[in-house]
Design a protein around this ligand. Structure first.
Ligand SMILES: [Zn+2]
Length: 335
C-alpha cells in the first residue's frame, strides 16, 4: 500500500528534518512536496536539500507544480500571470483572468522549465494537481463566465473547426477546451517521462461537470485517465468541502477512479481530506480511508501534513486529525 502526505510548510531544512521523521512515524511512504513559483524563484537549493532528506528516509518524492500559472490547485500566487498578461485566460465576458492559458506558447514553455527543474531537483514523480480552467469555487455565479477565448485559443479553434469560436459554451467549445487541456497535460507527461520521472494526475471530483457545469474543464476523466504517459490517476473527494456524506461521496468517486484505472491499466490514487475538518468529525478520516481500501485503491494520500495546521483552512483540531491519520496509515501501509 502506498500512503502519502502533502507538505508545503517551512523551507528551513532544520525544521523539515523533524517534520519528515514525524511523517515517517505516521506511516507515510511517499511525500508530495509543493514546488511553487515562489520556490522556483527563490528556494531551489532548499528544495533540493528537502528532497534529499526525504529520500534519505525512504520516502518516494512527488513534486507538485502548486498553483503554477494559476492552472493547478494551490494556496499560493502566480508570478507568471502577473508578468505575462498576454498568456492569461480570457473569459467569455472579455475579462483577463489570473490564470495562464494552456494553449499559450509562453506558458507551455514556462511549464517545460518547471518540469526540467523538477527532474534536476530529484523528483521521482510529477504530481499534476487539479489542472483546470479558471473558476472561483466560492462564487457559483462566476461559473458561467468560462474561459478561454484568448487570441491563441480563438485562432486554434478557427483552424480546427473552420469557423469563429462562438460566444456560447456549445458542445464543440467544451470539446475544444478539453482537448486543449489534454494536449497540455500530455506534453507535460511526455517531457517528464523523457527526463526519467513518472506521472500522477489528480482531477477535481467533478466528472461530467456535475458539480460546477463545464467551468473547470476537467470533466473528461476518461480521456485524462487514458493518456499514455499517465502512470497514476486519481481524485480528491473532499466530502466536507464539496458537501457530501463521507461514505457515499468517497465511495462513488473512488469506485469510478478504480474502474477507469483497471480499464487503462493505471495505478489508482485517492486523497483524504485533512484540512477544514470541523470539530468532532475527525474520525471521518478513518472512514474515508476504509472506504478507499474497500473500493480497491492502493495509493492513498492526505492533504496535508499535520491537518494543515499552519494555514487558515486548517482542521479545527489539526493535531488530532494527524494522530488519527497516522494510526490508519500505520495499519494499512504494509498490506
Ligand atoms: Zn486561451
Amino acid at each position: 500500500m502506498k500512503t502519502g502526505i502533502s507538505y508545503f510548510h517551512t523551507r528551513d531544512p532544520r525544521h523539515v528534518e523533524r517534520d519528515l521523521d514525524d511523517i515517517v512515524e505516521h506511516g507515510c511512504n511517499f511525500i508530495v512536496h509543493c514546488y511553487s513559483e515562489t520556490d522556483m524563484a527563490f528556494y531551489n537549493q532548499a528544495v533540493e536539500k528537502i528532497i534529499r532528506l526525504s529520500k534519505d528516509r525512504g520516502l518516494e518524492v512527488y513534486l507538485d507544480p502548486w498553483g503554477l500559472g494559476g492552472l493547478y490547485g494551490g494556496e499560493t500566487f502566480s508570478k507568471f500571470v502577473a508578468e505575462n498578461l498576454a498568456a492569461r485566460q480570457i473569459s467569455v465576458n472579455g475579462q483577463s483572468l489570473p490564470a495562464a492559458c494552456p494553449n499559450s506558447p509562453d506558458f507551455i514553455s514556462f511549464q517545460a522549465q518547471w518540469t526540467q527543474r523538477a527532474a534536476d531537483l530529484g523528483a521521482d514523480i510529477c504530481f499534476w494537481d487539479e489542472p483546470h480552467y479558471h473558476f472561483n469555487f466560492m462564487d457559483p455565479s462566476s461559473w458561467d463566465n468560462w474561459a478561454c477565448r484568448c487570441d491563441v485559443c480563438r485562432k486554434l479553434y478557427k483552424d480546427e473547426y473552420n469557423e469563429d469560436m462562438p460566444g456560447e459554451l456549445t458542445s464543440q467549445v467544451v470539446q475544444f477546451r478539453q482537448q486543449s487541456l489534454l494536449r497540455f497535460l500530455d506534453k507535460n507527461c511526455k517531457d517528464a517521462k523523457e527526463l526519467g520521472m513518472r506521472n500522477c494526475v489528480c482531477v477535481l471530483p467533478d466528472e461530467g461537470g456535475e458539480m460546477m457545469g463545464q467551468a473547470a474543464g476537467t470533466a473528461a476523466w476518461e480521456e485524462i485517465a487514458g493518456l499514455s504517459d499517465i502512470d497514476i490517476f486519481g481524485t480528491d473527494p473532499y466530502w466536507a468541502l464539496f458537501g457530501g456524506d463521507v461514505d457515499e461521496y468517497v465511495r462513488k468517486h473512488c469506485s469510478r477512479v478504480k474502474q477507469l484505472c483497471d480499464k487503462y491499466e493505471k495505478e489508482a490514487q485517492a486523497w483524504v481530506l485533512a484540512f477544514i475538518l470541523p470539530e468532532d468529525r475527525e474520525e471521518e478520516v478513518t472512514q474515508a480511508i476504509d472506504v478507499m481500501v474497500e473500493t480497491g485503491i492502493r495509493n492513498i494520500a492526505a492533504w496535508g501534513y499535520l491537518g494543515c495546521h499552519l494555514i487558515d483552512i486548517k482542521c479545527a483540531r489539526p493535531e488530532l486529525v494527524w494522530e488519527i491519520l497516522g494510526k490508519s496509515f500505520n495499519k494499512i501501509k504494509d498490506r
